[in-house]
Each structure stands twice: as structure tokens, then as C-alpha cells.
Design a protein around this ligand. Structure first.
Ligand SMILES: [Zn+2]
Length: 99
């Protein structure tokens, strides 16, 4: 789990998940109240996730995989990513550009 860069407090899984979706606005640390921003390492993880889902969609049209299989595996991947993101997110005191 990520640690607050201001006070060093370790964030909860849910807090880490929430901050990873608030790249632009950041999220207040529950302990010190300092705004923390996710760093771009987790954004790259998100990009990989989008790439995998896009590949699945492409494979579906190429190999004629049923839509049920595509939707199920897409949902499964999304669930796995939501579980993984809080472990990969890192916090920063300031907003960092994407690249
Ligand atoms: Zn803090």
C-alpha cells in the first residue's frame, strides 16, 4: 500500500484505490490532511490494462469469439486491475505530468 509523502502514514486499500482515480485533483490524507496525488507508475499499469482489453476486442473480431466470452473476460480483467491498482499506486505531494 502507498505511504503518504507528507506524514508517512500507510493508506488503506480503499484510499489507495480512490486516489488512483483522482489523478488531477488528488485526495486528502486521512491522517495529516495533505493532498496526495498518484504518481504515473500506476497510470502505466492502467494503460497496460486498457491495452489488454483493446487486444481482447481485436481478437474477438479476428477469431470470432463469442460476446459472452469477451464480456466475461473483460469484467474479470477489470476486477483484477481494480484489485491490483492499490498495490501499485505511489503517492506524491505534487501533481506530476503524465510522461
Ligand atoms: Zn499524510
Amino acid at each position: 500500500m502507498p505511504k503518504c509523502q507528507a506524514c508517512g502514514e500507510q493508506w488503506s486499500w480503499f484510499g489507495a484505490l480512490k486516489v488512483s482515480f483522482k489523478r488531477l485533483t488528488g485526495k486528502k490524507c486521512a491522517t495529516c490532511g495533505e493532498i496526495q496525488y498518484p504518481t504515473y507508475r500506476d497510470i502505466k499499469v492502467g494503460m497496460v490494462g486498457i491495452l489488454i482489453i483493446m487486444t481482447l476486442i481485436l481478437l474477438r473480431t479476428t477469431f470470432d469469439i463469442s460476446s459472452v466470452t469477451t464480456v466475461t473476460s473483460g469484467l474479470l480483467l477489470a476486477a483484477i486491475f481494480i484489485l491490483i491498482i492499490p498495490y501499485s499506486v505511489q503517492l506524491s505531494n505534487k501533481h506530476e505530468p503524465l510522461w
